[in-house]
Design a binder for this molecule. Structure first.
Ligand code: R5P
Length: 310
């Protein structure tokens, strides 16, 4: 197998490379003066099983375009199989029409990746599982649940825990956590009046006196989790922690989180952390590289990935 890193999160690619003991294949990813992207794979890939690692995080359009151009370069270089490893799949929240004359951008991105020449996709915690169906090539959608659950078990060994979904869409994910941890489940009934601004309405479930753990796929502005923490505390929660797979953390999210009542926010390294994120006193990081590396290895060896989660 050959591993190649895009520019979005080289640190994660290096961790995956060291997990697998496979060096990163040298690749020249550069910009022309008008900002066009140029990709040149510096080693022969003819007949190879190639994994190109690129989160389509901020700047999402540049990172997406780089991914597409790299896939094209690999296709034209006669790679036997190209797996687009997309730890964070940008545009995944645009997975349905939200009104008349609006796009389904997640489907468009899926079409672009397929048209560029990817043979399969390896990704992590898609915003909606159904996005797998936007592709007509195989998609392996990993979950960070085992990594988060073991972190929760280590951090809260003897506490009465309540796993909380910050919105109705996340109930399935939260229920899986609650089941694995033998914890209670609560749901926040969240209404979003305007894109980017969240409003918490009601807490469904008993949280009084419990340590509440919010679980979500994405933390972007931080509004969902910070408002949820306030709502849980108003219902008597002892303390509130949050686990979100993808730390998008745009705009003033870090300031919002550091000045919130959240005791901790745990994120993975699917998106490269900025210095501000690294310095935040209540944001913690867990590594996802060994999970992605192991899944890539299993794809390469044609072995089961679902067994990883049993
Ligand atoms: C929404 O459905 C997602 O699961 C997240 O809850 C949302 O993207 C978080 O966004 P923000 O941090 O901006 O509230």
């Amino acid at each position: 197998m050959k591993l190649i890193s895009g520019n979005s999160n080289r640190a994660l690619s290096e961790h995956i490379s060291s997990y697998l003991g496979v060096p990163l294949t040298d690749c020249n990813l550069k910009r022309f003066s008008d900002n066009e992207i140029f990709v040149e794979i510096m080693e022969n890939v003819r007949g190879e099983d190639v994994f190109f690692i690129q989160s389509t995080s901020y700047p999402c359009n540049d990172n997406l375009m780089e991914l597409l151009i790299a896939i094209d370069a690999l296709k034209r270089g006669s790679a036997r199989r190209i797996t687009a490893v997309i730890p964070y799949f940008g545009y995944s929240r645009q997975d349905r029409k939200t009104g008349g004359r609006t796009p389904i951008s997640a489907k468009l991105v899926a079409n672009l990746i397929t048209a560029a020449g990817a043979d399969r996709v390896l990704t992590l915690e898609l915003h909606a599982g159904q996005i797998q169906g936007f592709f007509d090539i195989p998609v392996d959608n990993l979950t960070a649940a085992p990594v988060f659950v073991s972190n929760i078990k280590d951090k809260f060994p003897d506490q009465e825990l309540c796993i909380v979904s910050p919105d109705v869409g996340g109930v399935f994910r939260a229920r899986q956590f609650a089941k694995r941890l033998g914890a209670d489940l609560a749901i926040i009934d969240k209404r979003r009046e305007k894109a980017g601004i969240s409003e918490v309405m009601n807490v469904i479930g008993e949280v009084d006196g419990k340590v509440c753990i919010l679980v979500d796929d994405i933390v972007d502005s931080g509004g969902t989790l910070c408002n949820a923490a306030l709502a849980l505390e108003s219902q008597g929660a002892k303390e509130v922690h949050a686990y979100a797979v993808h730390g998008v953390l745009s705009g003033s999210a870090v300031k919002r989180i550091t000045s919130s009542t959240l005791k901790t926010l745990v994120i993975t390294d699917s998106i490269l952390a900025t210095q501000e994120v690294k310095d935040a006193h209540n944001i913690e990081h867990v590594a996802i590289s060994s999970l992605i590396g192991e899944a890539a290895l299993r794809i390469s060896e044609e072995r089961s990935i679902s067994e990883l989660f049993k």
